[in-house]
Design a protein around this ligand. Structure first.
Ligand code: FMN
Length: 329
C-alpha cells in the first residue's frame, strides 16, 4: 500500500511522512531509518561540527539508505553565527537533492539551493511567511502549528486553524507540522488541506533516535501538558519539555527587566546535548512538543510508520465512509 499526494509524487516516496530537522538528533541512523521505511528522513546540518563533518555524515546516510533523504539548514539569530554559506556549499557539493530550510532570512540560501535544482521545503509558522517563501521559489511549505516542539513563532495559532488557513492561500504542496504522532493526525492533516505531515518529537521516541533511553522514556511518561514556552518576553519563543531547567528559565524571565543574559547559561545548546547523550534529565533543555500526550511507547521507526499508515488507511476506508450512510450517497 502506498499513499499518493502532491508531496509523495514530488519527492518520490511511499508515505507523506517527514522527519523534521532536529538538533543533535537528526543524524544518519534516524534519517536513514525514516527514508528506508518509506518516509522522508532529514539530517540536521548544524549538528555536525563543521561543513566537512556534514559531508561525511551525508555519505554515511547514503551508505545506509538508497531512498531519498534531505538535509535541514536552520538559520537562527546568533552572537557567533556558524558558517552558514559553507554548510550550504557542503550540502550542494554532496549532491543532496532535498533541503529543509527553517528560521530567519532564508532568502540567500533558498536562491542558492534553487540555482542547483534542489527541492526546497521551507518550514515556517505563519501564513504570511509561507507566502513570502512561495514567492522566493520554494517547492513545499512545512507549516508548524503552535503545538510544535522548537520555535512556534509569536502568533500562537494552532494547526487546526493554521493548516487550512495556509492551504487556502498557498498553491504549492503543504506539509502539516506540530502535534502529529499517529494515523488520526495524518488523516486530519490531509483533510485540512495538507499533502503530508512532519514529525519531530514522535521520532525522538523511536529505537533508532540517537539519544539516551531515559529521554525516550521521559517522552512516554509525559503528557500533553508537559511543555514550557520559554523566551516569550524576548519574542524568541521556544516550546521545550517541562523540566527543572525550563521551569527556571520561565521563572527568571518573569522578573521585571530580565534579559537574555539572565538565562543564557541555562539555554545553551551544549547543555541540551549533554541531556540527550547522558540521560541526565536536568542537564539542560529538552526540545519536545505537546504531542507527548500521544506517545505511549518506543517502537522502531518502521513499526511507527507502518502503524501510522495502517491507522490512517483504516480511518479512510472504514471510519469515514461509515459517517455517510449508503442512502445519503
Ligand atoms: C529535539 C528537537 C530538536 C529540534 N531541532 C530543530 C532544528 O534544529 N531545526 C528545525 O528547523 N527544527 C527543529 N525542531 C523542530 C522539528 O523539526 C519539527 O518542526 C517539530 O518537532 C514539529 O513538532 P512536533 O514535535 O510536535 O512533531 C526540533 C524538534 C525537536 C523535538
Amino acid at each position: 500500500m502506498t499513499f499518493r499526494t502532491r508531496f509523495t509524487e514530488l519527492i518520490g516516496i511511499e508515505y507523506p511522512i517527514v522527519q523534521g530537522g532536529m538538533m543533535w538528533v537528526g543524524r544518519a541512523e534516524l534519517a536513514a531509518a525514516v527514508s528506508n521505511a518509506g518516509g522522508l528522513g532529514i539530517l540536521t546540518a548544524l549538528t555536525q561540527p563543521s561543513p566537512d563533518a556534514l559531508r561525511q555524515e551525508i555519505e554515511r546516510c547514503r551508505s545506509m539508505t538508497r531512498k531519498p533523504f534531505g538535509v535541514n539548514l536552520t538559520i537562527l539569530p546568533s552572537v557567533n553565527p556558524p558558517p552558514y554559506a559553507q554548510y550550504r556549499q557542503a550540502i550542494i557539493d554532496s549532491g543532496v537533492r532535498i533541503v529543509e530550510t527553517a528560521g530567519h532570512n532564508p532568502k540567500e540560501h533558498i536562491a542558492h539551493f534553487k540555482e542547483h535544482g534542489i527541492t526546497v521545503i521551507h518550514k515556517c509558522t505563519a501564513v504570511r511567511h509561507a507566502l513570502s517563501a512561495e514567492r522566493l521559489g520554494v517547492d513545499v511549505i512545512s507549516i508548524d502549528g503552535f503545538e510544535c516542539a522548537g520555535h512556534p513563532g509569536e502568533d500562537d495559532i494552532p494547526g487546526l486553524v493554521l493548516i487550512p488557513a495556509t492551504a487556502d492561500k498557498v498553491r504549492i504542496p503543504i506539509i502539516a507540522s506540530g502535534g502529529f504522532g499517529d494515523g488520526r493526525g495524518l488523516v486530519a492533516a490531509l483533510s485540512l488541506g495538507a499533502d503530508g505531515i512532519n514529525m519531530g518529537t514522535r521520532f525522538c521516541a523511536t529505537v533508532e533516535a540517537p539519544i539516551h533511553a531515559r529521554v525516550k522514556q521521559l517522552l512516554v511518561d509525559s503528557d500533553e501538558r508537559s511543555t514550557n514556552l520559554i523566551l516569550r518576553s524576548l519574542r524568541n519563543t521556544g516550546r521545550v519539555g517541562k523540566n527543572s531547567v525550563s521551569d527556571q528559565v520561565v521563572e527568571i524571565l518573569k522578573r521585571p527587566n530580565a534579559t537574555f543574559e539572565d538565562v543564557a547559561h541555562l539555554v545553551r545548546g551544549a547543555q541540551g546535548r549533554v541531556l540527550l547523550e547522558t540521560g541526565d534529565l536536568d542537564a539542560g533543555l529538552v526540545w519536545a512538543g505537546q504531542v507527548q500526550g500521544l506517545i505511549h511507547d518506543v517502537p522502531s521507526v518502521a513499526e511507527l510508520i507502518g502503524r501510522i499508515v495502517r491507522e490512517a488507511s483504516d480511518i479512510i476506508r472504514a471510519r469515514l465512509p461509515a459517517v455517510l450512510p449508503r442512502e445519503t450517497l
